[in-house]
Write a protein that binds this ligand. Structure first.
Ligand code: FES
Ligand SMILES: [Fe+2]
Length: 434
């Protein structure tokens, strides 16, 4: 549980708030590349960290992220004309380039040079891994981009889905550090359903253990490294996972050889953009992509023209009470929707953490909160965060490995940790007969 003050501090991300300032020290993914598909693309409205912005691509294909309102008299830049390397406000024709420079100010009796005095707020933006990344902090504090392995991979090695959650980023993220929810929320009543295979691959049924938990949590240069353990009848399943400041999670595994990463970016305090990302050192096979696009486990359908799941709070996520009685633990269609149904209303869109009763299995969540609050507080006192300046530390990867029951736990923990940078496969398959 948190005090009211800490809960407010950790959930508020607008400009000038302690957490908002901390988030603005990091490069964050803010939209899909396909939302600004080509040179001179149509301007797109963007809301990030409580700021109203416009994204567009100029004639050279460079992405610009600028203030949603024109500095002349505040007209919406959304309606702007995207022409010859700049976006032109249609109210009086002022034109701005991707760096926010005013390149034309045609209605100025003050003369041609008046435009040199005018700028529109703009943020550096870069396209990587199918997403547009932005840095929204002070210019002199701009760090290098995090060096995730997937940043410069060919397009066929990555896949990204985006949807919008109607809740604060933190409750959207905390489910990733909650090892004991899956065996309940995502389970089926027959205890042998095919959907369990999706979670655990070839190494057995993690749902067998009613109390999986973290056995080791360590602070790292980028965030936290967590080792979880589930005791199965056939042995122990030990998992290595990470949280990296401020919102990056090496969420579990997505399939043989395929890593997964969850990123949740605050739109404002009550709405969150969720990037569900998949990547591999090899091209991702077509059958996997098909599963991401149409499968029952990974893909909430979206309301056409939006990033909102079609099953949502308004229609109670189309819960099927008959299925809930007879087959599925929740009666809610797929894994992401089951999570979303829980997280969008935890005492409301901003969870009231003063009311919680946490357990040992919630230790990952506790440590994430502590690190965020500690770092934001230090920044408030004038100490800059070091995490953005340790880009290589973001190269850590998920490992999930099966060990026979007689392997001492500390040995198993050391074994998975030793592979944090080197593994090429998130899942180490069970040895024959093991
Ligand atoms: S309000 Fe944009 S040019 Fe006047
Ligand atoms: Fe979940």
């Amino acid at each position: 549980m948190l005090t009211k003050e800490d809960n407010e501090m950790i959930t508020q991300v607008g400009p000038g708030t302690p957490m908002g300032e901390l988030f603005r020290r990091f490069w964050l993914p803010v939209m899909l590349s396909e939302e600004v598909p080509g040179a001179d693309s149509t301007p797109v409205r963007l809301q990030i960290l409580g700021e109203s912005l416009i994204a567009f691509k100029d004639s050279d294909g460079k992405v610009g992220i600028i203030d949603a309102y024109c500095p002349h008299r505040g007209a919406p830049m959304f309606f702007g004309r995207n022409e010859e390397c700049g976006l032109r406000c249609v109210y009086h024709g002022w034109k701005f380039d991707v760096d926010g420079k005013c390149t034309d100010l045609p209605n100025s009796p003050e003369g041609e040079t008046y435009k040199d005095k005018v700028t529109i707020a703009s943020y550096p933006a870069v396209e990587k891994a199918g997403m547009v990344w932005a840095y929204m902090g002070p210019k002199d504090k701009q760090p290098p981009m995090p060096a995730f392995d997937f940043m410069d991979m060919p397009a066929e090695n990555t896949y990204v889905m985006k949807f919008v959650l109607k809740c604060n980023y933190l409750q959207g993220m905390e489910g990733d550090y909650d090892p004991s929810h899956a065996g309940y929320l995502h389970s089926t009543l027959d205890d042998n359903a095919s959907n369990q295979a999706v979670l655990v691959g070839q190494v057995g049924n993690t749902f067998e253990d009613p109390m999986p938990r973290y056995v080791d949590i360590e602070d790292t240069e980028a965030g936290l490294e967590m080792v979880s353990k589930a005791q199965l009848s056939s042995g122990q399943l030990v998992g290595l996972g990470h949280w990296m400041m401020p919102i990056f999670c090496t969420a579990g595994i997505a399939g043989p050889g395929i890593f997964s990463s969850n990123m949740r970016i605050p739109i404002d305090d009550e709405n969150t953009m969720f990037f569900r990302f998949r990547w591999s050192f090899e091209p991702i096979p077509d059958y996997e992509i098909k599963e991401y696009k149409y499968g029952n486990y990974t893909h909430p359908e979206l309301v056409p023209g939006t990033f909102l799941p079609a099953e949502n709070m308004e229609n109670d996520y189309k819960i099927d009470r008959v299925a809930q009685k007879n087959y599925s633990y929740t009666g809610i269609k797929n894994f992401p929707l089951q999570d979303i149904a829980m997280m969008e209303d935890q005492w409301g869109p901003i969870a009231d953490r003063t009311q919680e009763h946490l357990l040992t299995s919630d230790e990952g969540i506790i440590r994430v909160r502590q690190r965020l609050i500690r770092t934001a507080r230090k920044l408030m006192e004038g100490t800059e965060p070091t995490e953005p300046w340790a880009p290589e530390a973001y190269k850590v990867k998920t490992v999930r490995q099966f060990f026979p029951s007689d392997v001492p736990l500390d040995k198993a923990v050391a074994e998975v940790k030793s592979q944090r940078f080197t593994t090429r496969r998130p899942m180490i398959e069970m040895e024959a007969g093991g």
